[in-house]
Design a protein around this ligand. Structure first.
Ligand SMILES: Nc1nc2c(ncn2[C@@H]2O[C@H](COP(=O)(O)OP(=O)(O)OP(=O)(O)O)[C@@H](O)[C@H]2O)c(=O)[nH]1
Ligand SMILES: [Mg+2]
Length: 451
């Protein structure tokens, strides 16, 4: 008979979260292999961190051995899983073999012991209390006993595979070119509720390409919003600062009443708002502003809008804010501006472990979020991207990098779709202008180096 765990997906997630984001590999299942402790020891001895799980009619109890089954005393974590709650207590120093009943070996009755061939477990009243179990539950009949090796999510091979994918992505994005050379750089606008993670995404992208963490864009938590200026961030590659042909534009957060003025969005899209412009929630920019860009060109305009949402709060946004965002989206559709949604905070999504970030798009809780964003805002599933931003890390993490690069690739492809879709005569004039600009810049550079 094939060995499949009796743990439900939800139970497995709860235990994975509790025991430090491990992956469980089923070593032994009594109902398949025999209710026999010698067989269990034979299969599970010296396998590194190991978890024994016992299933009764009403709950799941077990023991977690950080050092695995060994012939020496150690601390053991006993646990009970009721619904989605894990309660645990530490016992020891304790010989792992004593978890299983052996009449000859006992001088006194242990606080927790499993009699595998009789299919029951006895738990002292003190331990029952610590685990939140009623004392009358012991001895508890068990339906099955499973033992798992608890592995790190990222073993060497997985790490190597991710590194290869990440290098390929970096290479693709490093050689990205805006469609038809129409503009020197694709301009990406980040819009979204206050605190959604817009500025953190800027820092994340810059960090991945720089090869080390940077916190250039100001990030923080403030109900009134942290970013209050329009900022354009070029992105460079590597330590020598090779410039990449895209710019991330960070904006003030949207909120129901204050935040970014909706009329300012139109000015940003059309390229009239200069870098470092101080937004005013009460009134949009006017053409009288000293730095207003009057004759904006395609290169100053926005080529893709990214709506940034915190994945954990996207369903709790106020009705007013959702309506506002939907209105903005309708305007973008009317003007032909392409846009995508970016969900941040994937790392703190309920029941997501670090290992899940490797293949996040196939995770159940994420699928529910994607459905909610699709339903509430109307984004196509393929236009909803997910990242976990760099927030407090000191070092880059290949799993996070991969998600950030995947999202960015989709964003830049969308910008190219927009450029490609421009009317042909518009493209010709912009291309000619862009060529003149490049020529002038080259001349400027050569006269500068000659002097
Ligand atoms: N855990 C986690 N925290 C994040 C993530 N992205 C952002 N944060 C945190 O969320 C908070 C807000 O992030 P910001 O990047 O300042 O958000 P913002 O959208 O720029 O906010 P405003 O400028 O105020 O509109 C900060 O405390 C960040 O550290 C993420 O992916 N995961
Ligand atoms: Mg910000």
């Amino acid at each position: 008979m094939a060995m499949r765990t009796r743990l439900t997906w939800l139970q497995e997630k709860c235990l994975q979260n509790y025991f430090g984001e491990k992956r469980f590999c089923l070593l032994y299942k009594a109902s398949v292999q025999k209710f026999c402790k010698q067989d269990l020891f034979w299969k599970c001895w010296d396998n590194g961190p190991t978890m024994v799980v016992l299933y009764s009619e009403n709950c799941v109890v077990g023991a977690y051995l950080q050092e695995g089954f060994q012939k020496r005393e150690m601390s053991i974590t006993l646990f009970a899983l009721q619904e989605t709650e894990v309660s645990a207590c530490l016992i020891g120093p304790y010989l792992p073999a004593l978890l299983f009943y052996d009449r000859q070996a006992f001088d006194c009755i242990p606080c927790f012991y499993i009699v595998l061939d009789e299919k029951n477990v006895t738990i002292s009243s003190e331990i029952c209390e610590k685990l939140g179990l009623p004392p009358e539950c012991s001895p508890m009949d068990i339906l099955d006993c499973e033992t798992f090796r608890c592995e790190e999510f990222l073993d060497e091979k997985k790490r190597r595979d991710i590194a290869v994918i990440q290098n390929n992505l970096l290479q693709t994005l490093r050689t990205y070119k805006p469609y038809g050379d129409l503009v020197p750089q694709a301009r990406i606008l980040l819009l979204g509720p206050t605190g959604a993670g817009k500025s953190s995404f800027v820092n994340s992208v810059k960090s991945v390409f720089r090869g080390s963490i940077t916190h250039q864009a100001l990030v923080g938590c403030d109900v009134n919003g942290v970013s209050d200026k329009f900022r354009t961030y070029p992105v460079t590659y590597g330590s020598d600062g090779f410039p990449l042909p895209f710019v991330l534009c960070d904006s003030m957060g949207l909120s129901q009443k204050a935040g970014l003025h909706v009329d300012d969005i139109d000015f940003i899209l059309k390229g009239h708002i200069p870098d470092r412009y101080q937004f005013n929630s009460m009134k949009p920019i006017t053409s009288n502003h000293p730095n207003y860009i009057h004759d904006s060109l395609l290169k100053d305009k926005i080529h893709c809008v990214v709506f940034v949402f915190d994945i954990n709060s996207v369903e709790q946004l106020s009705y007013g804010l959702v309506t506002k965002i939907k209105r903005i989206r309708r305007t973008l559709i009317r003007c032909g501006v392409l846009h995508v949604a970016l969900l941040t905070h994937a790392d703190s999504l309920d029941l997501i472990t670090k290992g899940d970030l490797i293949d996040i798009y196939s995770c159940k809780p994420l699928k529910l979020k994607l459905e909610a964003v699709h339903r509430d805002f109307g984004f196509a599933f393929s236009d909803i991207l997910v990242v976990s931003n760099y927030v407090s890390e000191w070092h880059l993490d290949p799993v996070k990098d991969r998600l950030i690069l995947l999202a960015l690739r989709q964003i830049l492809n969308t910008a190219n779709d927009f450029l490609e879709d421009l009317p042909l005569d518009n493209q010709v004039s912009e291309r000619t202008y862009s060529q003149v600009l490049r020529k002038n810049k080259k001349q400027e550079n050569s006269s500068y180096s000659n002097n």
